[in-house]
Design a protein around this ligand. Sequence first.
Ligand SMILES: *Cc1c(COP(=O)(O)O)cnc(C)c1O
Length: 958
Amino acid sequence: MTDDRIPLAALEHGTPFADRHVGPAPAELARMLDVIGVGSLEELGRSAVPDAIREDDLQLALPEPATEAAALAELRELARRCHPHTEMIGLGYYGTTTPPVILRNVLENPAWYTAYTPYQPEISQGRLEALLNFQTMVADLAGMQVANASMLDEATAAAEGMTLVRRAGKSKSPRFLVDADTFPQTVAVIQTRAEPLGIEVVVADLSEGLPEGEFFGALLSYPGASGAVRDHEAIIAEAHERGAKVVVAADLLALTLLRAPGEIGADVVVGSTQRFGVPMGFGGPHAGFMAVAKGLERQLPGRLVGVSVDADGNKAYRLALQTREQHIRREKATSNICTAQVLLAVVASMYAVYHGPAGLRAIATRAHRMAAVLAEQLRRGGVEVLHREFFDTIVAKVPGRADEVVAAARRGGINLRRVDADHVGVSCDETTTRAHLATVWQAFGVDGLDVDELDAQTADALPAALRRTSEYLTHPVFHTHHSETSLLRYLRQLSDKDIALDRSMIPLGSCTMKLNATAEMEPITWPEFGSLHPFAPAQDAEGLLSLVADLETWLAEVTGYDAVSLQPNAGSQGEFAGLLAIRAYHRSRGETGRDVCLIPASAHGTNAASAVMAGMRVIVVRCDDQGNIELDHLRELVAEHADDLAAIMITYPSTHGVYEDTVREVCGLVHDAGGQVYVDGANLNALIGLARMGKFGSDVSHLNLHKTFCIPHGGGGPGVGPIGVREHLAPFLPNHPLQPAAGPATGVGPISAAPWGSASILPISWAYVRMMGADGLRRATLTAVAAANYVARRLNNYFPVLYTGKGGFVAHECILDLRQISKTSGITVDDVAKRLADYGIHAPTMSFPVAGTLMVEPTESENLAELDRFCEAMIAIRAEIDKVVAGQWPADDNPLVGAPHTAACLAQDWDHAYSREEAAYPLGTGAPKVWPPVRRIDGARGDRNLVCSCPPLDAYQS
Ligand SMILES: *Cc1c(COP(=O)(O)O)cnc(C)c1O
């Protein structure tokens, strides 16, 4: 035995996960700290973070870090404690089969899930095409002019439909009618949204005709929650005559068989695409959708992909009509929706691409036949079935026996819907089998018959007048990729056009594109989590609810708050929930007049949009030329609004990427005037382990788990935007009408359709915290701050850093000011961003929060080589700009204004002032190369001539 042996105990646990998550190795970090001019990460923390908020001895009470293997074993155990039944509950969530080729190559593929929102269209053509397919699919099936990509869920889409028709219509009435046969969670979310806006929601049985009096809009379901398929044409016509617009909540699968809502007069169509191959996941995430009639497209909330052309005249996609979005329009925005559900929209669109119209029709018909046969045999057995005309869902009347029937079905492994003591609902779907029908019949005490025999004797239950005759999905993309090989290659061909985190760092300020570790991602496609219906009995989800409880506790610990709600399914929704809590708190104390929300000029656009949704008046607080809140102006405003101040909404660290050292003072001023403090915590990446909002004066915050806590960006969603609150606001957290355990009885109502929002992706953040532990999280924060300061120091001489805080440090991001450079050279931030694509690097955030600047957030996950690759590209670009300034290259013919360069453009005749090599290989041919698939895209042209679905078939035939 020798003395230099290594003890077993030291070898047992392998490499700590934090060493995998954090990019820079110790020697690299030392070099970074050297450039920054500090001796250690701890010194950096003490120097950069203001004393007023820094908690030097903070030891977060989190479990000791687990290895990847150990965390996965714990997750397996949590999954084992989930017991998904065959879910026939319906209410907008249905069994579906994710085609394995889509599961592996989209949902489990980092080329798709780590991509960013396609704001840089030239390197996002793949996901933009997939989203255009999504829009085409929705618009076609709904029979509408334009569909967006996408909404957060069906219930919020319906609520957005309500506010859209209010904006777009002429009626001054505050009344909005909701048909009683609507999903209860949709009704409840609409009520949550309506109340602060002074909209009066009238729930009534509209099949009996429209009520007396004026109303600005109505919501009809097609099919209804009871499964009934009604002909809404006459009622829509009457609503139109009475000056109102109509929103129809529809099921896309049903629309393959039913007349399109657009053909019966709908103004807006909303719904969910969950059953197009997206697992139920205990409530989410799934892509909601919204489609509108001609003339309403500019009112549409959310993101819209449009067709335009690039500099060489080739077809190219990009986001259209962006000026409607909240980041531009702020308090005048049409909606606060920002992050949506892109990854799930891609899955749903590919499901339609793979099955094609005939395949979808077959799936729908099969679900319908199952329901028809199910109803027929119940009737024969003496059970009353409420409706004669339905698609996939029936409601049976069993006086006093509903509990008994539901319990019997559960014993057979099936969850049914208990409507009330006398009624049971049953929904069929793609996964329903003959054996399921037999179990259901048995639960009702009806003897089963051979399904095929019954089938032969049972007519369809679809109303003849509502049979679909119009075509849909006629575009070639829905007819080409029906073999797995073809779809596999299509998916690869698309993702190869894009830059995601699997190809380059994505240094996006205010977005935190950090590692989405594989171990964190693995559990989200486990069937134990994926197959749970959100309204299944809570005991079915025991393991997942235990994970929810852990995560709530850990997030409360990390933020210093007393209670957390995980329900909001994006940051924007968290903002709305937090502001509603503030509003309800003031009201509970009789201070109903407090409705002013102060928001600094630099705030993220969602802040102002959310405040308006919460019924508040937005007043802007000025920022000084250092980018900090102007305290004198704040004092003035607070004094002026002492009686009606509801809240201040600030971002910390500020959107300028600095730790403002006046934050405690700001909180104090507002509290003294009776207001509440909302700290936008989307950028918690600069705070975890160093300071806690709940302890430095804030009352409520949202966090973005899709930024700081490793949920991947998905190309623009999904997200999770939980809120943390101090004790006095805890009674006003969101709750849910179908799940009392999801929030306090005194809560503000549901913010999302599902009780725990996008529950199935919470294992990602759980695994991150579980594997990092308190020290790992703190190290991640400090490394992120180091990386930002390293980039700031390296680039400051080439592109001046606009704002710094205490000691000349930035927080976790830095703003590079190009305005002077642009003035002297004519080269814009756009040119630089597009040129980075030629270097194979994703551009930083452009012109937010300051026009003419780039905001860089490198995160802790990038190693020194990648940080340097970015810095060297930026320095090389600066040298290119200098050549333009020096006249070596003409202002209108240089690699910057010509960027990005496609392989095809190099193959053409070349008569430019710069060489092909300079265009395509600025750092030499040895550097890794990404070929952008299109040249610079003309966005304005696409907005003037709006095309938001796949061009029709004849465009290809001509
Ligand atoms: C990203 C972000 C938001 C919006 O979050 P979404 O999930 O996109 O709705 C709000 N505030 C700040 C500061 C952000 O960075």
